[in-house]
Each structure stands twice: as C-alpha cells, then as structure tokens.
Write a protein that binds this ligand. Structure first.
Ligand code: FES
Ligand SMILES: [Fe+2]
Length: 338
C-alpha cells in the first residue's frame, strides 16, 4: 500500500458548483473535478486524450466535461461522448480518460488516486461536524512544505511560544507532561498540567480559567486533530494536509467549537485570529523547506520530539509500501517546558 490508497480533499462542496470545473493537484497528479448531471462529483485526469489540453480549462455542459481545444466531451467516467469534428454521431473511441473514485462527505469532496485500491481506508470523519451545538469555520491555506513537516507543526507545542508569541501562547517556563501513544497508524498525545496560557485566545477559550484537557492526534497519512476542553466547552482544530507535490500542501482546516450563543457572534474574530496564527506557521514552514532544499533534512531530536518520531515512523512505513497499522503499539511519558 502507499499514500495513493488514501482519500484526499480536493474541494469544499460549496466551491464545486454544478457548471464549474476545478483544477486540482494531488501528489503530482493533475485532476479536473466537476459534477455530473445528477450532481455527484467526478474527477478525471486533467488531460484530454486527443491532443493533451487541460480539461479543467474547458466547460461543463449538462454534467459532461468539454475540452477547450477541439471540444471532445467526456462523461463522469472519462468516456468520450462527443467529438464535434465527427458530426452528431460519436465515432467510437475505445480509450477512456483516467477517472478516480470520489466521495462527498461533511461538505468536502475527496478523491483517491489509486482507482484500483483494495485498501479499506475511508475518508477521515471531521470530529463533531454538524453535531448539535457545534459551529465550524473552514480555512484553506497553501503551505510550502511537505505533509510530514506540516502535520508535525500542527501538533507541536514547543514552537507556539516562539512562532506565535502573545497571539497563541507565550514562552511561560511552564512544565507540561504528556503521554504519547502510537496505535494503528495514529498518534495520540494526552497533556496534563496546562494552565491558561493561550495568549489572546484566553478571553474566548477559557475566560473563567477552568481546568484544561488537551489532546493532539495524528491519523495517517495527513490528518491532525487538536482538542481542548474547558469545562463543558470544546474547541477542535482539525487539519487535512493534501500534498500537491513533495514540497507543497493545500491544508484544509476546520475550527469546530461549542460555545453556546458565542458560536455565531465570535465567528469573525475566531477566523481572523486563526488565520493570523496559520500565516505565522506558513512562514516558518516555508523557511524550513527552503533550508531543507539547501542542506537536506538531517534532523536531531530531543526527548520532547517523541511525537514527531512516532509520526515519522508511520510515514516511513507508508513510504516503504507497508501498512502502518501493523507497527507495534507504543506508549511513552514525556515532560517538556513551554
Ligand atoms: S485536445 Fe482536447 S479536443 Fe483536442
Ligand atoms: Fe503553529
């Protein structure tokens, strides 16, 4: 198995309008994504069989995709349904454009690149999406770095005081301990001892200074989910990092929370604050990748980096074509300063 057996987001459902075709890049594959006549999403390789124009530059007509060059037209499975130069009768073209399996779930459109995959992976289910009392804000951001470095950043506490001072966390010289578990192609970190050091977010996240419960999770190959509970309030940040190639990811982030009547009035502020934090991560990850390209990725680690080591062990299994669910379970207690 490899990473092409997994499901990757290619669009938010609301962005894929019936008459629209979207150009997407996933793992160096070019895709044209559109909706068929019944509204179900479809994805074809973004290349016309005739003379290799990009289909995503064409038009969707009655649920079929027409090439912009000579008008060859494709159905949702990639079959050629019209060749305008041949007149109204379609001369049979045996070959089909490559098509990919597509699933629409929780407001996202997912594609799997390995059409013949027998792997039993499903698209990741976004936590508490649509659940009563919860609201979700969605963000999309381009990161100039690979999936592993992106997901490591999203579950990395020690950088927060340095990259996001004031806005998210200050360096507070606070000792935090955590239990880190690796199980079935996922990593879960359970923190204890965190106080109310959430920078500008404190007023919203935990104004009454309630005890904090915090977990960070990684799910192979590209999902992270950060959960905070403050009393009965719950705040979740879930990110799916979709590789465009080995150096860039389009990251889809859901901020999902149950803050009662605050859910709606605070949307604008939460969105702006979260985007400001993400912009700082985009910059540091861009810098990291530029340095890796210059000098290579030869990382040194301290004991606090066991979370990253577990993630990297899972990614290494995938890169070797093995199923990371077969790795033995591991559990480690760590302590570090933030
Ligand atoms: S290149 Fe697409 S119709 Fe000719
Ligand atoms: Fe960050």
């Amino acid at each position: 198995m490899d990473r092409r057996d997994f499901w990757y987001i290619v669009a938010e459902s609301r962005d894929l309008k019936p008459s629209r075709v979207l150009a997407r890049r996933v793992d160096d594959e070019w895709l044209a994504v559109f909706r068929g006549i019944d509204g179900a999403p479809a994805a074809l390789q973004d290349r016309c069989l005739h003379r290799s124009s990009q289909l995503s530059r064409g038009r969707v007509i009655k649920g079929e995709l027409q090439c912009p060059y000579h008008g060859w037209t494709y159905d949702v499975k990639g079959g050629v349904s019209a060749i305008p130069s041949e007149g109204p009768k379609v001369r049979s073209v045996k070959k089909c454009a490559a098509s990919y399996p597509v699933i629409e779930q929780e407001g996202y459109v997912y594609v799997r690149l390995n059409a013949a995959s027998s792997a039993d992976w499903k698209p990741f289910s976004m936590p508490c999406h649509g659940k009563k009392g919860y609201s979700t804000i969605r963000l999309q951001n381009l990161f100039r770095n690979n999936v592993t470095n992106c997901v490591e950043n999203f579950v990395d506490i020690p950088h927060t005081g340095f990259v996001h001072p004031r806005i998210f966390r200050d360096v507070s010289h606070e000792r935090v301990s955590a239990v880190v578990e690796r199980r079935k192609a996922s990593v879960k970190v359970n923190y204890d001892g965190e106080k109310k050091n959430f920078g500008l977010f404190t007023w919203f996240l935990n104004p009454r200074g309630l005890p904090v419960r915090h977990t960070d999770e990684f799910f192979a190959p590209n999902v992270t989910s950060v959960n905070y509970w403050f009393g009965d309030k719950h705040f979740i940040i879930t990110s799916q990092s979709v590789p465009q190639d080995d150096e860039t990811c389009l990251v889809y982030t859901d901020l999902t929370y149950n803050y009662g009547w605050w859910n709606h009035v605070s949307k604008g502020v939460i969105r702006r604050q979260a985007q400001a934090i993400i912009d700082q991560d985009i910059e540091i990850l861009d810098n990291q990748m530029r340095t890796i390209k210059k000098y290579g990725a030869h990382f040194q680690s301290s004991p606090a980096d066991v979370i990253h080591a577990y993630i990297e062990s899972i990614q290494a299994e995938l890169a070797a074509g093995r199923d990371p669910r077969e790795l033995p379970d591991r559990e480690t207690r760590i302590e570090f300063w933030i």
